[in-house]
Design a protein around this ligand. Structure first.
Ligand code: UTP
Length: 294
């Protein structure tokens, strides 16, 4: 198998985001800010750190805000330049570094994550690619998870996805893998099940939104039947990929925030604010006072 570098990363951002309505009525949940950057920007920075040069956004009805975020903002930039606000101008321009190419494809109906990934096929072509779900925010310090997955792919040529151990009572919220062993961070997986009941779960290792996939996944997605809710699940196509080519998982080190849920989003906001270079100290002072009065 050829081991091409991972140059393309797909960002499915076409979900309905119902858990965040009405905030997600007119803009995708991936545009929700954690302190001062939208979730999608953290994801894009992770992709670029992993070597990506082409970013494919699979968008839905609310694509405007997202396209604008990664586009030039002539009026804003002119205004900031005229006012001599170079630091702010740099922040706006740094959103997308030179040489990075953004492309957009529409998922006309939210028919599931697997369907969203399949929509990216014409833009990805016959190459391995990454997938990041921006609402799964991961703080892994100087070891970004997608970079670790890309390095593993480079060494093995096999698809690889990130997992973390969750409380066994929560397996219904995730895709859950059956690892061959648990004696190291990377493991081949024997199987994967979408949202199993705790008693049916093959382990407590849940898939978190980072994947490197071989292009074979597209053929498998084309023949994946919709589930009982009419959605095409990426998990089902990965199950078929395990049988055909083998797939590995990485139990990563780092903190994962489920920013698709309000609680996870608030936890991320608090932690990122505490770590923020400008406001961390003041925010910590505020929190100390606040906690004392609870
Ligand atoms: P979620 O399972 O969190 O669904 O999607 P959702 O619709 O975004 O949110 P809720 O559950 O209604 O609150 C996981 C990821 O897959 C994308 C989402 O944008 C998110 O990044 N997705 C999901 C799509 O792009 N298309 C889909 O049809 C479904």
């Amino acid at each position: 198998m050829t081991r091409t570098a991972i140059e393309t990363v797909v960002f499915p951002v076409a979900g309905l985001g119902t858990r965040f309505l009405p905030a997600t009525k007119a803009s995708p949940k991936e545009m929700l800010p954690v302190v001062d950057k939208p979730l999608i920007q953290y994801a894009v920075e992770e992709a670029i750190a992993a070597g990506a040069r082409t970013l494919v956004f699979v968008t839905g009805r609310t694509k405007r805000a997202l396209e604008d975020h990664f586009d030039m903002a002539y009026e804003l930039e002119t205004e900031l330049a005229e006012r001599g606000k170079q630091d702010l101008l740099d922040k706006v321009r740094d959103v997308l570094p030179e040489g990075i190419h953004c492309v957009y494809v529409r998922q006309r109906e939210a028919l599931g994550l697997g369907h969203a990934v399949l929509c990216a096929q014409p833009l990805v072509g016959d190459k391995p690619f990454g997938v990041i779900l921006a609402d799964d925010l991961i703080d892994a310090g100087d070891r970004p998870v997608l970079k670790q997955l890309a390095e593993r792919y480079a060494a093995t040529g096999r698809s690889v996805l990130s997992v973390e151990s969750v409380d066994p009572s929560r397996t219904r919220q995730y895709g859950v893998v059956e690892p061959e062993k648990r004696d190291g961070p990377f493991q081949p997986i024997r199987g994967i099940v979408e949202k199993p009941a705790p008693e049916d779960a093959p382990s407590n290792l849940a898939v978190v939104g980072r994947y490197i996939l071989t292009p074979r996944i597209f053929k498998l997605l084309e023949t994946t039947a919709p589930d009982s809710r009419g959605e095409i699940q990426l998990t089902d196509a990965i199950a078929a990929l395990i049988d055909e080519q083998g797939v590995d998982c990485l139990e990563f080190e780092g903190r994962h925030y489920d920013c698709g849920s309000k609680l996870g989003y608030l936890q991320a906001t608090v932690d990122y604010a505490l770590n923020h270079h400008e406001l961390g100290a003041d925010f910590a002072g505020f929190l100390r006072e606040r906690v004392r009065s609870l």
